[in-house]
Design a protein around this ligand. Sequence first.
Ligand code: DAH
Length: 337
Amino acid sequence: MQLEDLHSLTSQALTDIANADSADALENVRVHYLGRKGKLPEIMAGLKDIAPEDRPAFGKGANDFKVQVSEALQSRKTELLSHSSPADAIDVTLPGNTGFRGGIHPIRQIMLRVIDIFDRIGFNVATGPDVESVFNNFDALNTPADHPSRDEQDTFYLSDGSLLRTQTSPIQIRHMLQNPPPVRIIAPGRAYRRDTPDATHSANFHQVEGLYVAENVSLADLKGDLTYFAHEIIGKNTNVRFRPHFFPFTEPSVEVDFTCHVCKGKGCRVCKNSGWIEILGAGMVDPRVFEQVGYNPETTTGYAFGMGLERIAMIMLEIDDIRRLYENDARFLRQFA
Ligand code: DAH
């Protein structure tokens, strides 16, 4: 065998390797060229017949043969293991392996938007603790002693006589007890009620409370500011409807509806064909509440409102079950991050 033969044997081996279409076929190729009775031992045995001056070049050629064939066998083996040629094995249309970066929870996103919208018209953020006194949560808010919301079936009482606040409204009381008028606050936080969880109820949810107290605050101010809020959070085409209602701490009280953002008021499944979605409770602060915090009810006026954030998040983000907001399934949360 001469050096040229070695070169053509190498290219023949590489062709055979490329053509091997199964692991078995490839193994046969390996045995044929590198096996104990294969071409490589034959080449080495032929070394002694080569003219001494040609031996180094032939030896190097033999080594190149071994290295090239071994490497080609290895990469063809890997290729065959992936069951297809490299071009097909890589689907360039698959999304890349980017890690999940995390994001702001939908409830917090909505909370931050609400705060931002009221911040722009001069409201400051106020907060209060989740564990409240009966006075702040009920008495000072003019809630009658026999009001059903005070019932143990509705409220979580703690053994020391305090409770888990059932609304963010006690933050109004805390703030007014510590600050003289005028007051203009927005107060986000958790609230707790003894509700059995279902698609629209949770024992722990979030509210944002608003309170504006000064001289000569009127229902017109409330309507104007909530209309501004509706336009900012849902869109300029949103209409706002005020329906008479009752809350112990406001007089008069209203419930406030926004045009259904899905059907734009035409009527659909989401708004139960009414064209409206109930968004919040509001009203003019009852003079009895001012008395409780030491404000002069003769000269002080104010409006207050409270809204459930889960409700707004579910409407705006089209979430069908409130429980999804607490399960922290990353596949769900990722959609809003
Ligand atoms: N606290 C009420 C609730 O949880 C919501 C509410 C209604 C808050 C009227 C207010 C208000 O400040 O004026 O249902």
